[in-house]
Ligand binder design. Structure first.
Ligand code: G
Ligand code: G
Ligand code: MN
Ligand code: NA
Length: 256
């Protein structure tokens, strides 16, 4: 397709970049780190959403290149910021990892390679994967999961609540955190079910020894509710939109 051709060009011409969205401690509102998000600035169409180009990249066999670009770029960026503030040495980095990648034998080794090249501490890295991975377990997927965990990084389940994960899979998988999909946070005050569901996810995460990240927090009221409910971390426009590196640095320097 045309989009695929243009995406190949974009990759070779360096038209992809990374934006950084703050992740905060719910209790204090203090910055703990960033989610790195791919951005494609198309010469004619402006910014194309990853919701549009990531599925194309997955079908075209370009996703490994994109995910690895984002990881390497973001890890390097945080290393660069170390010269500006000591907070850059402790803040966490959360990066999306396509399910497609987990079937490739060279995935975990490629992540290890990027961590060694950039000198980024694996303990500060979170890979966000979607619930669909829990349903597509195979020996290759399992080897990658084991390999990644041996590196010391954390696996977080993105868009949690929208997929099909059974609690059994979740426990086996040994994810460190659940990121509650923003649709639940958006409906928090519109529907008793949404609020009850978020409470249930929090209780389940406590029992399974996992942390919870609330996504899509847009209002102070939602933040207050999450504080009350004992949610650990949050992300959303209320705390900050995804920003280019130059605009994200001040958040590290001065706090959110
Ligand atoms: O940033 P935005 O809300 O437009 O992202 C839309 C979707 O694209 C989200 O579900 C997000 O997880 C996904 N996405 C953004 N950046 C990346 C990336 O670098 N790799 C992968 N695999 N997905 C990404
Ligand atoms: O699926 P994933 O969690 O990776 O998606 C992250 C995307 O969600 C980001 O690209 C960002 O554009 C979008 N996003 C982040 N915070 C908010 C928010 O508060 N409201 C809405 N509507 N979208 C958000
Ligand atoms: Mn994500
Ligand atoms: Na999400």
């Amino acid at each position: 397709t045309q989009l695929e051709t243009e995406l190949r060009q974009a990759l070779s011409q360096g038209a992809l970049s990374v934006h950084y969205q703050p992740i905060v401690h719910v209790a204090t509102g203090g910055l703990i780190g960033f989610e790195a998000l791919a951005r494609w600035k198309h010469p004619a169409r402006g910014f194309v959403s990853p919701a549009e180009f990531i599925p194309v990249a997955e079908d075209a066999g370009l996703i490994a290149e994109i995910d690895q670009f984002v990881l390497k770029e973001a890890a390097q960026q945080l290393r660069t910021w170390s010269t500006r503030t000591p907070l850059a040495d402790t803040c966490i980095l959360s990066v999306n990892a396509s399910t497609v990648q987990f079937s490739r034998a060279d995935f975990a080794p490629a992540v290890q390679c990027i961590l060694e090249e950039t000198g980024f501490d694996p303990v500060r890295l979170r890979l966000e994967i979607t619930e669909s991975l829990l349903m597509h377990r195979s020996p290759a997927v399992q080897r990658n999961i084991d390999g990644l965990r041996q590196l010391g990084l954390q696996l977080h389940i993105d868009d949690f609540g929208t997929g099909y994960s059974s609690l059994g899979y979740l426990q086996q998988f040994a994810a460190s955190a659940l990121k509650i999909d923003r649709s639940f946070i958006q409906r928090l005050f519109n529907s008793d079910e949404a609020a009850e569901l978020v409470r249930t996810i929090l209780a389940m995460a406590r029992n399974l020894n996992m942390k919870v990240v609330a996504e899509g927090v847009e209002h102070a009221e939602q933040w207050a509710w999450l504080q009350d409910a004992g949610c650990h971390y949050a992300q959303g426009y209320y705390f900050g939109v995804p920003l280019p590196a130059a605009d994200a640095l001040p958040l590290l320097l001065h706090g959110r």
